[in-house]
Design a protein around this ligand. Structure first.
Ligand SMILES: Cc1cc2nc3c(=O)[nH]c(=O)nc-3n(C[C@H](O)[C@H](O)[C@H](O)COP(=O)(O)OP(=O)(O)OC[C@H]3O[C@@H](n4cnc5c(N)ncnc54)[C@H](O)[C@@H]3O)c2cc1C
Length: 601
């Protein structure tokens, strides 16, 4: 029996290293739910035990049930029938049934709707574990954000109608935003929402590229204010499939074959308004997308982990020039880089999810249960504001880093396998195909950078890095913290330079600035992991200096990870800073000459 939680030392380590008890206390609101719901925990210990039990169960389900079906799911895909209905790949349908039986389809929903009220961090861990087994299944498991959006913004009547079946796994949802002329720029959405004289709402128009558009609960971003262009003319509606919802096409695509991608025509479809008019894009869809971005970062982690593992195993068994290829410097270097990239991505994703949990919990406390003492309230509000700002900056960073990382790792995994990696005999080629979408949907990498760089240039990164620098680090990594402090100074120079040059220059060098910021944040996070108090040993591969079965303390191993990460990134940070400060504007001045005209056909 396999288990994708139990066989993953890093996830297990982070589960212990991160203060889950604090998150449990906040999510459970001092454990007040225990009196009302018999499955709600009554203390932090019980909550954390429940969390781990769920990861364990999902780890087993992922290894033994979902992963063995992934290859067939990829080959079979989904089928669109003439009557517009869609049949899911068999393995996906079976896995969804299992997930419903495991009662994990209402991960973060409140108890009163049958949810588990779990922290977002745990959801990210679960999503990663499931994605490692089958990235395309994650697309449907990960659409729990639809229920969360209804919970956050809809009226009580709609919550009562939709949330319990979601939590029971009886329905799945879709986020229906993209149109042919509105992709990255959702302010351009045209699909019309109109009201009849009785106040009933209807939808008319086309949406495309909709994951699980054949699902049961569709959240549709629509133009309810025909005279108003831009985001302020948009509202969010919920509708269900029926005779006026036509799935016109299933996309034939590169990867995630188990995830149906639909074009939908709404032909005067009855629908209901979520929340208030004109707030559809901001804040409703913006909030939905922030959650979904973390979901894609977790999906990316799962794909990267799966890809890395195949490469690591192959490198140990494949022999060329009389040795296992892992003995060759170029191959072993690739493997180390892949492994560290996975751990760095995970560090950022889990930290982001933790900060999101804190932001949600502090905001809830301010709104629903503020302390009477004025200075306590002021402090609480300040903390809530800081966590919200950090979450707003870290979310696009995590989506950007993890998705780009998973593409690199999946690409390198094929390289480690050589010709075999290109063949369907190994899952590596599927991982590379599945990875490709992660930098595109839920906002492309370019759009994540546009969002992240605001935090970098507004001082949020600096403040967050100062918080990180104040953590208690062990002596073994103090020199690394000093090196990171030099990087922070370089970032300040780069930010000042960019701010002086204007917004177009900031856009142009947004990626470089974001890369520096992420390298500095991750450097601290890895040093923090190396300073852990968790007593845990992990296995070392047998090699020149280690025998079979040898172990090392995780703390010691993490110090090696942190050292390599920080030392390899220090010159890159310096080089990126130099690049930014060169002031090169040739992208603007020389574009036409450098790219040449579009050729006449
Ligand atoms: C498999 C799949 C599943 C999907 N699932 C869903 C779903 O469930 N629901 C949904 O609503 N949508 C979904 N989408 C749509 C997806 O979110 C969009 O494809 C994505 O946001 C990009 O939009 P676009 O394809 O129109 O590209 P465009 O917006 O046309 O972008 C093209 C290029 O221009 C760049 N670009 C655009 N604007 C900027 C900018 N301001 N700064 C810098 N670069 C920019 C982009 O980065 C990209 O490189 C899905 C797409 C795919 C392929």
């Amino acid at each position: 029996m396999g288990n994708f939680y139990k066989d993953n030392d890093d996830i297990q380590f982070l589960f212990r290293h991160i203060d889950f008890k604090r998150l449990a206390k906040l999510c459970e609101e001092e454990f007040r739910f225990a009196a009302e719901f018999d499955y709600a925990p009554s203390d932090a210990g019980e909550a954390v035990e429940n969390y781990e039990m769920v990861l364990d169960a999902l780890g087993e389900l992922s290894a033994d049930f979902i992963a063995p079906r992934a290859e067939n799911v990829d080959r079979e895909g989904n089928t669109l029938h003439e009557d517009g209905t869609v049949t899911r790949a068999k393995g996906i349908a079976e896995a969804l049934e299992k997930l419903a039986q495991a009662e994990v389809m209402g991960f973060t929903l409140p108890y009163r709707f049958g949810g588990l009220n779990f922290p977002n961090l745990l959801y990210s861990m679960a999503t990663e574990i499931i994605s490692r087994a089958d990235a395309s299944l994650m697309n449907i498991f990960g659409l729990q954000g639809i229920a969360e959006t209804i919970n956050a913004f809809a009226c009580e009547e709609l919550k009562q109608e939709y949330l319990p079946p979601f939590a029971e796994g009886k329905v799945t949802g879709a986020m229906v935003l993209t149109e042919p002329d509105a992709g990255s720029d959702l302010q351009a959405v045209k699909l019309r929402a109109f009201e009849d004289e009785k106040g009933n709402w209807f939808l008319h128009g086309v949406k495309r590229f909709i994951t699980n558009g054949c699902g049961d609960v569709l959240l549709v971003l629509s133009r309810s204010e025909p005279d108003r262009s831009g985001g302020l003319g948009l509202s969010l509606f919920v509708c269900e499939p029926g005779p006026t919802v036509h799935i016109r096409r299933l996309e034939d695509k590169l990867g995630i074959h188990g995830s149906p991608t639909c074009e939908i025509f709404f032909d005067n479809t009855p629908c209901k308004l979520i929340g208030e008019r004109k707030r559809g894009l901001a804040p409703y869809v913006a909030t939905l997308m922030n959650g979904a971005r973390i979901g894609i970062a977790a999906q990316s982690m799962g794909i990267a982990e799966a890809a890395y593992r195949i490469a690591r195993d192959y490198a140990a068994s494949r022999r060329q020039f009389g040795v296992a290829i892992e003995r060759l410097p170029a191959v072993r270097d690739m493997l180390i880089e892949m492994k560290i990239a996975v751990e760095a991505g995970r560090a950022l994703l889990y930290e982001t999810s933790r900060i999101v949990d804190l932001a949600v919990a502090y905001n809830k406390r301010v709104e629903e249960n503020p302390p009477e003492d004025k200075s306590e309230l002021k402090e609480l509000k300040n903390d809530a504001r800081s966590y919200k700002r950090y979450a707003g900056m870290l979310t696009p960073m995590a989506k950007y880093l993890c998705s780009e990382m998973c593409n690199q790792v999946a690409y390198d995994a094929i390289q480690v396998l050589g010709g075999s990696g290109y063949m369907r005999d190994y899952a590596s080629e599927r991982h590379a195909r599945d990875a490709r979408i992660t930098t595109i949907y839920e906002g492309t990498s370019q759009l994540q950078i546009v969002a992240a760089v605001r935090g970098v240039c507004s001082g949020t990164t600096e403040k967050y890095l100062a918080d990180l620098a104040g953590l208690p680090y062990v002596d073994e990594v103090k020199d690394l913290i000093d090196k990171l402090a030099e990087g922070v100074e370089q970032l300040k120079v780069a930010v000042e330079f960019v701010k002086d040059k204007g917004n177009d220059y900031m856009d142009l060098y947004g990626r470089a600035l974001t890369d520096i910021a992420i390298a500095l944040i991750n450097g601290h996070l890895l040093c923090d992991q190396a300073s852990t108090k968790v007593p845990m040993d992990v296995a070392v591969a047998p090699g020149v200096s280690s025998a079979n079965g040898q172990v090392v303390a995780m703390k010691q191993r993490k110090a090696l990870v942190a050292r390599r990460y920080v030392e390899k990134n220090a010159p890159k940070i310096k080089a990126l800073t130099d690049l930014i400060c060169q002031g090169d504007r040739s992208t603007f001045s020389d574009y036409e000459a450098l790219v040449g005209p579009v050729q006449e056909q």
